[in-house]
Design a protein around this ligand. Structure first.
Ligand code: NAD
Ligand code: UDP
Ligand code: UDP
Length: 311
């Protein structure tokens, strides 16, 4: 039986991953400081003898014995990662150093949740892994973007220098149940606003695009990546290539919720990427993976979740 450490285990993606790993027969240790994660996300696992949760900040060293490490700890919503930007960079960089140091000591395979933000505001569209990105190093998104880029650098240096088995995935916008109602990301914001009959906050003119992946598809890719051949390090893009403007997303959510909410146009935050769409040929080839859940179907599940949360 594999003993698996999941940092950020009480977060949106982390909690789904813990659940999946337990189903697959693993022994799971969640490590989280509950900055954006919640015990509610994992409380259904508390009675399970295969599950343990530890309150810990990954910027401090951690001594445990496991076989695999999934490093997901890091706030992902711009609102939350900009709240304490210095801590965001520390979480990515010191967190990566500690998880890599841990992996080196116990010779564990280690996985990094990187991000499409490494491409910044991309000039190449859709984005293949070979594109190095266009990132502002001194802007309000830099703590996250550059922190994640530095974490990738550390992963590849521990791989070259210490022969660690690394797995790096670049996650594109993912949504689903267990996003925090105040998460601040676009899908949760729009659904909560539509359900409450509040104005839908469109930043800019809503012409910027994103490609949205449903959480179940993403977790399947994580598991396949962790089990993939030792020589396949990534970085590999994981996301759903179906691309939508933010206005199209708002319309879909208004239709699915039968909401009468009006649109409200607000200023576009600085450095907000204009377009984002993954090229997923590498994931198809190396992992035999493609996303299966269409946006409408995933949104229906997510809306059902938020209806319960709001009630
Ligand atoms: P989330 O905010 O729900 O989860 C992050 C978790 O990390 C939370 O439980 C939080 O409490 C925990 N955390 C934050 N700082 C920590 C620290 N210093 N020590 C310990 N725990 C800490 O976000 P998510 O969407 O689940 O994202 C998970 C990972 O995936 C993040 O690394 C994020 O950058 C990455 N990612 C997510 C997306 C997406 O669309 N969801 C896209 C790209 C990358
Ligand atoms: N580390 C950790 N757990 C371990 C081993 C190491 O948290 O089981 C941390 C340790 O505190 C160190 C970091 O990982 O700061 C990097 O470890 P590494 O061995 O690569 O570097 P060094 O200890 O030589 O600085
Ligand atoms: N956005 C928006 N209204 C909101 C939240 C976000 O129009 O209430 C826009 C945001 O400006 C960005 C896109 O939706 O262009 C996706 O934002 P999110 O914060 O979800 O993730 P990002 O991809 O920017 O990290």
């Amino acid at each position: 039986m594999d003993r698996v450490l999941v940092t950020g285990g009480a977060g949106f993606l982390g909690s789904h991953l813990c659940e999946r790993l337990i189903k697959d027969g693993c022994d799971v240790l969640s490590v989280d400081n509950y900055f954006t994660g919640r015990k509610e996300n994992i409380e259904h696992l508390f009675g399970n003898p295969r599950f343990e949760a530890l309150r810990h900040d990954v910027t401090f060293p951690l001594y445990v014995e496991v076989d695999q490490i999934f490093n997901l700890a890091c706030p992902a919503s711009p609102v939350h990662y900009q709240f304490d930007p210095v801590q965001t960079t520390k979480t990515s960089v010191h967190g990566a150093i500690n998880m890599l140091g841990l992996a080196k000591r116990i010779r564990a395979r280690v996985f990094q949740a990187s991000t499409s933000e490494v491409y910044g505001d991309p000039e190449v569209h859709p984005q293949p892994e070979s594109y190095w990105g266009k990132v502002n190093p001194v802007g309000i998104r830099s703590c996250y973007d550059e922190g994640k880029r530095c974490a990738e650098t550390l992963f590849f240096d521990y791989w070259r220098q210490h022969q660690l088995e690394i797995k790096v995935v670049r996650i594109f916008n993912t949504y689903g149940p267990r996003m925090h109602p105040n998460d601040g990301r676009v899908v949760s914001n729009f659904i909560v606003q539509a359900l409450k009959g509040e104005e839908i906050t469109i930043y800019g003119r809503g012409e910027q695009t994103r490609s949205f992946c449903y959480v179940d598809d993403l977790i399947e890719a994580f598991v396949r990546m962790m089990r993939s051949d030792k020589d396949f390090t990534g970085p590999v893009n994981i996301g759903n290539p179906a691309e939508f403007t933010i206005l199209e997303l708002a319309e879909k959510i208004l239709n699915l919720t039968h909401s009468k909410s009006k649109l409200r146009f607000l200023d576009l935050p600085s450095d907000d990427p204009k377009q984002r769409q993954p090229n997923i040929e590498l994931a198809k080839d190396k992992l035999g993976w493609t996303p299966k859940v269409a946006l409408e179907d995933g949104l229906k599940e997510t809306i059902a979740y938020f209806k319960k949360v709001i009630a």
